[in-house]
Design a binder for this molecule. Structure first.
Ligand code: CA
Length: 229
């Protein structure tokens, strides 16, 4: 989940920012001043920062961030009420990644924040491997020792998710959220059924799976073959 910190002193603008970014699926922490936001920044994936703030200005914070070793790369979208050329240049030179002039439209705001998040998050690799299992995401093709597995879309998505996160345990609820999505109305048995199907495709022996392990009381885990022969 992407976490966006917003620092904007005007309450209405702050709530508009929160509303649109949350509706775009982002987690938002919004503050009226730099001093209040300081702790949240360590955990931020992007910062939407107003220029004119009471106390330390947006530009002041930006300057500090860019000299701060850990937050040096935090993507920053500056908000400014003025479209003055000099101010834009000063903001960009200080290290803002982008800026938006008030008033702004919701679609443009969301597009720009998404662009910032994309820039800092490298794309997921299109090929995954785990031992004899190979997945080609673009071609939606999963192979075991070169043999193509005939999977449903959902089986493929579940296998991909678990392979991307090999070695980590996920509960049934987490798998429903991550693979089926929040809109799915079915229950946790659906996960069990899909795991059973995948095990049969992967040739996992009952009680001694090579790939999909049951972790008692916790959920399922794709065994990581990394470092194994
Ligand atoms: Ca302001």
């Amino acid at each position: 989940m992407n976490h966006v910190v917003v620092i904007e002193d005007e309450a209405t603008v702050r709530e508009v920012l929160r509303f649109h970014l949350e509706r775009a699926g982002l987690t938002v922490s919004a503050y009226a001043a730099v001093a209040e936001a300081e702790d949240a920044l360590a955990d931020a994936d992007a910062l939407v920062l107003d220029w004119m703030l009471p106390g330390e200005s947006g530009l002041g914070l930006l300057r500090r961030l860019r000299s701060h070793s850990e937050l040096r790369r935090l993507p920053v979208l500056m908000l400014t009420a003025r479209a003055a050329e000099a101010e834009r240049v000063e903001g960009l030179e200080t290290g803002a990644d982008d800026y938006l002039t008030k008033p702004f439209g919701a679609a443009e705001l969301v597009a720009r924040v998404r662009a910032l998040l994309r820039r800092t998050q490298p794309e997921q690799p299109q090929q995954l491997s785990n031992g004899p299992l190979h997945i080609d995401l673009a071609a939606a093709d999963a192979r075991l020792s070169g043999q193509r597995l005939s999977l449903t879309r959902r089986e493929f998505d579940l296998l991909t998710f678990l392979t991307q996160n090999a070695g980590r345990v996920y509960s049934r609820t987490e798998l429903l959220d991550r693979v089926w999505g929040a809109d799915f109305l079915g229950g946790e048995r659906t996960v069990d059924q899909h795991i059973t199907q995948l095990r049969s495709h992967l040739g996992d022996a009952p009680g001694a799976p090579t790939f999909l392990e049951t972790v008692r009381g916790r959920g399922y885990r794709m065994r990581s073959w990394e470092g194994e022969e």
